[in-house]
Design a protein around this ligand. Structure first.
Ligand SMILES: [Zn+2]
Length: 356
């Protein structure tokens, strides 16, 4: 199965040299697919371990001893959560192969120098590394069921998710060019059936890990009145010359949007703003709960999209802020039309996934 993929915002998949991606790395793609799959599985009531703890390992003896007739139930008995059954764990290989072929992507700018965007009032600002833009082919092999499962996941990623690392900085929005040719291979898979299986096999309760049952997704569309619409955004004065060469492909609006949400609109009573937007704990940066893309041209206009895990904060006012087009209009000097989806339970999630 070959998927032809085009990037809409830069793709970042890590690399050998720090701060530089020499090519697309499959591990970066797999990491993001696994992250989204975990969030979906938890949302549908399935079991998804905390991968940072590496709890799942395949126990051959338990597998042999299990008298479950259902293979997935048997794999659970052998120590594998529903995600590790597909993506692999110690002693259990991944159920599909994924390789990048025909990589035609290039770094968005040359050199390793990150782009420093300092919105008004910020001293340090955000540092954006040069991700890769262009087209590539993702080749997926495996048994029919798992290939279909992966295609369903990739459909979600294309419509609302992200590929590769740094989604919080707006990287990894992609489009699948040959979707019409692929979609027939999806017929053996349904999220509805997955949810039913989870519900009848010890559905898992809540955990403090990302869960699509408590997510909001947003997409803003706008028609700029001129091609240099982006050059007057507050904080872009210093970087106009850097951005201009690629500004017809994509515009790094993520920092100015996060800045205005976090530092101008966030109310302390909503919850710990550092937890929600990401913070440094020791040497490790806690991943923020909001992803918002760079702007990119789409179907005759421009688009910005994102998602938020509405957990650990007052979800209603936070979601209201993220769905408020007037904030984007003022920050970017455009007129946006929003499309938003808020998910609050498994039924919401199922209708959202089934409609993709
Ligand atoms: Zn696991």
């Amino acid at each position: 199965m070959d998927l032809q993929i085009t990037t809409l915002t830069p793709l970042w998949t890590g690399g050998i040299e720090t701060g530089k991606v020499d090519r697309i790395h499959e591990t970066g793609i797999l990491g993001s697919l696994r992250w989204w799959y975990e969030a979906i599985v938890r949302g549908l009531g399935g079991m998804a371990c905390d991968p940072s703890k590496g709890e799942c390992r395949f126990d051959t003896e338990q597998y042999a001893k299990s008298n479950a007739t259902d293979e997935r139930q048997r794999l659970r008995a052998a120590g594998l959560c529903d995600v590790c059954q597909v993506f692999g764990a110690t002693g259990w290989r991944r159920r599909f192969r994924l390789v990048v072929i025909d990589d035609q992507t290039k770094p968005l700018w040359t050199g390793n120098q990150p782009l420093n965007i300092r919105p008004p009032d910020r001293e340090r600002g955000w540092f954006l590394p040069p991700g890769r833009m262009g087209t590539f082919t993702l080749r997926i092999d495996g048994d029919e069921t798992n290939v279909a499962r992966l295609l369903a996941l990739l459909r979600f990623v294309e419509r609302w998710g992200s590929l590769g690392a740094k989604p919080q900085l707006g990287y990894g929005v992609v489009t699948i060019q040959n979707w019409d040719a692929i979609r027939e291979h999806l017929s053996s898979f349904s999220w509805q059936q997955e949810a039913q299986w989870f519900a009848s096999n010890q559905p898992s309760g809540g955990s403090d890990l990302p869960n699509l049952r408590h997510f909001g997704f947003f997409r803003y569309r706008f028609q700029p009145t001129n091609t240099a619409w982006w050059s007057r955004i507050g904080g872009f004065e210093r970087i106009v010359a850097h951005v201009r060469p690629f500004a017809q492909q994509t515009v790094p609006v993520t920092p100015v949007l996060k800045n205005v949400w976090r530092f101008q609109h966030w109310q302390r009573v909503w919850g710990d703003e550092r937890m929600f937007w990401g913070k440094v704990i020791g040497n490790e940066r806690r991943r923020g709960q909001v992803a918002v893309s760079w702007a990119y041209p789409r179907t005759g206009g421009w688009e910005i999209r994102g998602s938020a895990w509405l957990h650990g904060v007052q979800a209603d006012p936070v979601w209201q802020m993220l769905s408020d087009a007037s904030i984007l209009n003022q920050t970017l000097g455009v007129t946006c039309t929003p499309e938003t989806v808020r998910i609050q339970n498994t039924d919401d999630l199922l209708s959202f996934l089934e409609a993709l």
